[in-house]
Design a protein around this ligand. Structure first.
Ligand SMILES: CSC[C@H]1O[C@H](OP(=O)(O)O)[C@H](O)[C@@H]1O
Ligand code: ADE
Length: 295
């Protein structure tokens, strides 16, 4: 990697966000991945001159449920498309009485309670262990916060996102348990997405848009899809404004990530070079090419 370069911003749109307004030179293109089919084609374009690549997480028309998303293919195609950082936009329920529907939370921690997903690019034949102690890139978090302030968005910096398997929403006992754990918001998609972005050495941050109070709040009905979609649609314009404001900040030429997201694999691979599986090594060409080529 040269000293400075022009970032390419990956945007993953969650429930209710299936396109990006105002993108110039826009083109939907299919990108092939050895990890299988991504949720959809990628939308390439520029916002304020900055190269952007958009992926609707569930596919256009919301075809794919959280447990069936091919998270590995989604991250792999973004990496193959030249993306250097990912901003994820997600609908979430609130587990915190101070976070009302309509609030934007710049999440900084996750608790991963998912159990039916492929969570790593590394398998038998190439074992690696990256750190996800700090799963969100603070540099991206700073930019999102600055943009939220600029456009006067109601936001909170920091918060813990509980990732459940779904697709059913939580029981009241689960919701109370997660509150007792100190979680702030709940959703079904940001893990293993964030873990895989780290393995692929991509900076990652999430803007979580609160759509409901899940089912714990005595003053609110239990969450329904109708309620989520209604609040999402009411907030979609603000989410798009946030994207418009943050892209010029993120698009400035930069050097290496101060937090080290882009060097996450530096000391992570433990399998001896002569024991590595050539077929798996070939699949890892995009996500781990930087370190594997150097080996
Ligand atoms: C449509 S309500 C539940 C659905 O919304 C969230 O998805 P995303 O993170 O992609 O916005 C939540 O995680 C569930 O998948
Ligand atoms: N309450 C909730 N639980 C899980 N995912 C959600 N997405 C939006 N609201 C949610």
């Amino acid at each position: 990697m040269s000293d400075t370069f022009e970032p390419v911003i990956g945007l993953i749109g969650g429930s209710g966000l299936y396109d990006i307004d105002g993108l110039e030179d826009r083109q939907w293109k299919r990108v092939e991945s050895p990890w299988g089919e991504a949720s959809d084609e990628l939308l390439f374009g520029r916002l304020d001159g900055v190269r952007c690549v958009f992926l609707p997480r569930h596919g256009r028309g919301h075809r794919v449920p959280p447990s069936a998303l091919n998270y590995r293919a989604n991250i792999d195609v973004l990496k193959r498309a030249g993306v250097t950082e990912i901003l994820s936009l997600s609908a979430v329920g609130s587990l915190n009485g101070d976070l009302e529907p309509g609030r934007f939370v710049i999440v900084d921690q996750f608790i991963d309670r998912t159990f039916a997903r492929q969570k790593s690019f590394f398998e038998t034949g190439c074992v690696a262990h990256v750190s996800v102690a700090h799963p969100v890139c603070p540099r991206l978090g700073d930019a999102v916060e600055e943009a939220a302030r600029q456009i006067e968005l109601p936001y909170k910096r920091g918060g813990t996102y509980l990732v459940m398997e779904g697709p059913q929403f939580s029981t009241k006992a689960e919701s109370e348990l997660y509150r007792a754990w100190g979680c702030d918001v709940i959703g079904m998609t940001n893990m293993p997405e964030a873990k895989l972005a780290r393995e692929a050495e991509l900076c990652y941050a999430t803007v979580a848009m609160v759509t409901d109070f899940d089912c714990w709040h005595p003053g609110h009905d239990a969450v329904t899809v109708d309620a989520v979609v209604k609040v999402m649609l009411a907030n979609a314009d603000r989410a798009k404004q946030l994207v418009k404001a943050v892209i010029p900040m993120l698009g400035k030429p930069r050097g290496a990530c101060p937090a080290g997201c882009d060097r996450a694999l530096e000391h992570a691979i433990v399998t001896a070079p002569e024991k590595r599986d050539p077929a798996l090594m070939a699949k890892l060409d995009a996500v781990a090419g930087r370190v594997l080529k150097a080996a």
